[in-house]
Design a protein around this ligand. Sequence first.
Ligand code: BES
Ligand code: MN
Ligand code: ZN
Length: 492
Amino acid sequence: MYKNISLSSKAQGLILVPIHSETTGKSPLWPKSARAHDGCQNAVRAGTFMAEAGATCTVGTTHMLVGLGPVEGFSTDRMRTVGAKVGRALDKISSSSIAIDNSASWGSDAAAKRAMGGAFAEGISLGTWRFDALDGTATKREARKAQLTLWADDAAVRDGFAHGLIIADGVNTARRIGATPPNIANPAWIAAESKKIARDGKMKVRVIDYAQARKLGMGGLTSVGQGSAIKPCIVVIEWTPRKISARNKSDHLVLVGKTVTYDTGGYSLKVNNGMKGMKYDKCGGAAVMGAMQTIAALKVPMRVTGILAVAENMVSNDSYRPDDIIKLHNGITVEVTNTDAEGRLVLADALSWACDTMKPSAIVDIATLTGGVGVALGHFCAGYFCNQPNLAKQVEDSATSTGELVWRLPLWPAHQEFMRSQHADILNSNPLRAAHPIQGAAFLSYFVKPEIPWAHLDIAAMATAESANEVTGGGPTGWGVRLLVDMVEQRS
Ligand code: BES
Ligand code: MN
Ligand code: ZN
């Protein structure tokens, strides 16, 4: 792992020679335009390097062959995986600078080259990241290496490197926040980290504390968080650029993240194995924090506000209970059937408050809302809901271009009716255990003004990965940062 990965100011270091394989994947295709180098040619002829995506082979101390896989189906997604694997190989040999050979072949135009360079740099940075803040005296891990610098002769590829590194920093921020354990990362810690991110990015930040939230009538947020010694809050991070492009004058995108620093389930307690890993229940908010960091670093020319609904769902004498009836920010009353359906309660107040006070032109919320979304869709994509076709298209376009995939699920009046309660306006969860992800979205829809375009991303199955994920490996993925940043870049 590296302390710092940055763009080089000149061609230097290990020369990386990217090579495609034949369609069969059985042998490497020597790139005609690549710099002739006998050692590399010989290594290829020796037949041990097949140029599968991400395969590496060092040649002496000066060159490294890098497999890209077959030309067919080559994509930024595959390039990101290549970057991650190359990054880990470089880490192993303690390389401190690399220069890509023949980078002009990475695309037919500047945009394509920039995208490939971006994906490669993202891969390197995401693939070599790890959480080491809490390594102790018995750690077996090597100390971080100081520095890795990247170079490519093609200016568009270099531009992509710079962009990709900024994005990856944001993703890694989200991963660090996700990985930080609940005895440290409590609601007060989230507020403090948000202030650091805001300060570094020259953004405004405000915290609506517990007392203010109660005054504002945020009964969802305050009920969920009242059982914890560290009380809930709303954090607002605002990016207002110096220069707003003409077409962005009135555009204001609001991002809302579920930031439950720990989810025990409350009195509807999670059973033993269901609780472990619930430190990741803040990953929606962590993605918003990472996205805001990146948006400021990229100085995007439009207004974006990040809102975190922060609470810890604990069991104590002060906790809310099943059967409580509470009133939320927009006056809707909610019968709590299940204290474990807490994410929608904290989000609902944040959404309603955003609609009232922020004049959003669109709202995107992101949340580890339901285990059910993983039952429906697995860990291949997030489930999403949207009330407006243009915004839905933006979500899907950004999903395609970043590789953070989504699949749309239905949200109909019948689903909203399903949430009705006998003794209050609505239930937080229908005891008929059906369509949990849709119930979550249907509940939230009561708190968004219908004329405001709104998308809800349920990332419960994407926020963490088993080791199946070739780019980030196991643990927190930072899922959503790339998608949200791309949406902002596409709009601005
Ligand atoms: N934080 C959980 C959702 C979750 C589950 C995230 C597993 C990641 C992995 C959420 O607050 C929750 O408990 N949801 C319940 C909803 C139910 C009570 C309606 C669920 O998914 O079972
Ligand atoms: Mn829960
Ligand atoms: Zn939760």
